[in-house]
Design a protein around this ligand. Structure first.
Ligand code: HSE
Length: 315
């Protein structure tokens, strides 16, 4: 690809939602996008120079050199598109998604880099190809898919492709998220998982994941009380999040339709379709119950994002 097609020196702005993967039963395949956003401004350069800066969540911990995941993701697009005329970048980030908490901060960074770079090469790749690249980098599609497409997403990884079905449920759900004050790297949360699971646990999850998607699409709220349950990962991860079971119980007692570990944790997410008053009550109960276990947490009450990543180009 030559200079005429790629766009060094255009300002590209990408806004990517935070995400919650798994939704309980949908381990590594179901996810949702939430109305909390990281913003990225790119100015891609012909010269080999990197100027990366961040403000907001985790700003001090973000590498500002070749190791930066946003830049690495952008680089992957340029390499695969053959855009050798882009060698550097100025990247500014405003981070609102808490880092290493199970709300998709790394997925947001990967998706931003890929989509920003793709815009610079005149959308050389389709969104499905971007999804494939994002899944390669992240290792599983359940955060990157909703970050790209918005809504709830169900993803299937096939040999050569990733297929994602994105939908907006008939039930208007509020997402009440308790955010503990400690990080939990996904790598550690995956190390506690078994290599094999009993058939009955597989059946437990298949039945609930199918029920969850059907109930959301048809708007059958009464099925949600058990549809978020999980036997494949949450039971093993309970020990990593003090008070997890009790926070789940408190949220349900306060009126939540269902509860789940958000991604690999440590955030816990409760789903509600009730009222602002009840959602505030759920949030307060979750925070207080965490406190009983010496975990400081704050609560976010979010909506479902239905658009996914958006990109704007300024000449
Ligand atoms: N599905 C992944 C997990 C999400 O639970 O490990 C974390 O990014």
């Amino acid at each position: 690809m030559g200079n005429e097609n790629s766009s060094a020196n255009k300002k590209i702005i990408v806004k990517v939602p935070g995400t919650s993967a798994n939704c309980g039963c949908g381990f590594d395949c179901i996810g949702l996008a939430a109305t909390i956003y990281n913003e990225f401004e790119f100015n891609f350069l012909a010269e080999k120079s990197l100027n990366i800066s961040a403000t907001g969540e985790g700003a001090d911990t973000i590498p500002n050199d070749e190791k930066n995941i946003v830049w690495q993701s952008a680089r992957l697009v340029f390499d695969r598109a053959g855009a050798n005329d882009i060698q550097g970048a100025e990247i500014r980030m405003i981070n609102r998604v808490p880092m290493s908490r199970g709300l998709g901060s790394s997925a947001a960074a990967i998706v931003a880099g890929l989509i920003g770079a793709n815009a610079a090469v005149e959308n050389h790749f389709s969104r499905n190809e971007i999804l494939k690249f994002a899944t390669e980098i992240e290792g599983h599609p359940d955060n990157v898919a909703p970050a790209i497409f918005g809504g709830f997403t169900v993803s299937v990884v096939d040999k050569n492709a990733v297929q994602t079905f994105s939908f907006v449920p008939k039930i208007k759900l509020k997402l009440v998220v308790a955010v503990p004050d400690f990080p939990l790297p996904t790598k550690i949360a995956r190390q506690v998982l078994p290599k094999t699971v009993p058939l009955k646990d597989a059946i437990f999850n298949i039945s609930r994941a199918s029920m969850l998607v059907a109930a959301l699409i048809e708007g059958k709220e009464k099925f949600l009380s058990f549809a978020f349950e999980d036997a494949l990962h949450q039971p093993y991860r309970t020990k990593l999040v003090p008070g997890m079971k009790e926070v789940f119980t408190a949220a349900k007692n306060a009126g939540a339709l269902g509860v789940a570990l958000s991604g690999a944790g440590p955030c816990l997410i409760a789903f509600s379709s009730a009222s602002k008053k009840i959602e505030n009550h759920i949030a307060a109960e979750m925070v207080q119950t965490f406190k009983n276990f010496d975990v400081q947490a704050n609560a976010l009450i979010l909506d479902l994002d239905t658009r996914g990543a958006i990109v704007e180009i300024k000449d």
